[in-house]
Design a protein around this ligand. Structure first.
Ligand code: G3P
Ligand code: MG
Length: 260
């Protein structure tokens, strides 16, 4: 069980996030290696990331696996809904060849495998709970249970997040000590209540919906803001200068080099 020391936000408090890096590899390093694969985690590390983000959904038989879309169509050589495919069926697919021939044979990893890889590589992780439609609570529970069992106290920081509030709530109830972030596109009108209800430490927003003035206001309220997906160095610098805690990027090498 991680004990990173991150605390839920409340009005009048300032959340500190020890161990958080400014640059987080998005879906591993999405522009450099197949997204949400072990090869992607290794590539993110090789390019200098200390943190990675990846997406987790349940197979038909309830196993948390790394994948972004509700179907396997875009990222593998198979077809169909993740929620209709067993782990064995998902594992038979090639999740690398579509990105490049050198990645042929790459498989959809389980969350347990990805966490083990992160620990081997010394990577901190933002595990995005990405339920297929109608499976928010069970996905939140399964992810939180897997992380709680796999991630050691004293390991790198680990942060759960989701757009689905039901998934965040289920994770909170299953593993209350795991730090949580609320994901949204734009800032939700009820963000203060939602963040407090869910016991979240952080807010994760789409940078295209985040004006720097609004970002400064949020940061002044004491809630750490993480912004996705930022692939332009000038924009990354602007957001970090305005007080963003981190940016998620598909091109971590480019952003890290620009930030110096
Ligand atoms: O967690 C940040 C970002 O990954 C959220 O958007 O669609 O890329 O999972 P998406
Ligand atoms: Mg994601």
């Amino acid at each position: 069980m991680p004990s990173s020391g991150w605390r839920p936000w409340a009005p009048g408090t300032y959340v500190s996030t020890p161990g958080l890096d400014r640059v987080i590899g998005h879906r591993g390093a999405k522009a450099r290696a197949p997204e949400n694969t072990l090869a992607g985690l290794r590539e993110a590390r090789r390019l200098g990331c200390g943190w990675v983000e990846f997406d987790v959904m349940l197979s038909r038989d309830g196993v948390p696996v790394l994948i972004h879309d509700e179907t396997v169509d875009r990222t593998t050589d198979g077809r169909g809904r993740v929620a209709d495919l067993t782990l064995a069926e998902l594992r038979s697919l090639d999740a690398g060849a579509g990105f490049g021939a050198s990645f042929a044979g790459e498989r959809i990893p389980t969350l347990a495998e990805a966490l083990a890889a992160c620990l081997d590589l010394g990577l901190a992780a933002n595990v995005e709970i990405k339920p297929s439609t109608g499976h928010a609570a069970e996905t939140g529970r399964a992810v939180a249970r897997t992380v709680r069992e796999a991630w050691p106290a004293g390991g790198p920081p680990l942060l759960l997040s989701s757009f689905e509030r039901g998934a965040v709530a289920a994770a909170r109830d299953t593993a209350p000590a795991l730090p949580r972030g609320l994901l949204a596109e734009g800032l939700p009108a009820d963000w203060e209540a939602a963040v407090q209800d869910l016991g979240c430490a952080t807010l994760h927003l789409n940078h295209t919906r985040a004006a720097t003035a609004g970002l400064r206001d949020l940061v002044a309220r004491g809630v750490p803001v993480l912004l996705y997906t930022v692939n332009e160095p000038a924009r990354a610098r602007e957001l970090l200068d305005a007080g963003a805690s981190a940016v998620f990027t598909d091109v971590p090498d480019t952003i890290l080099a620009a930030l110096g």
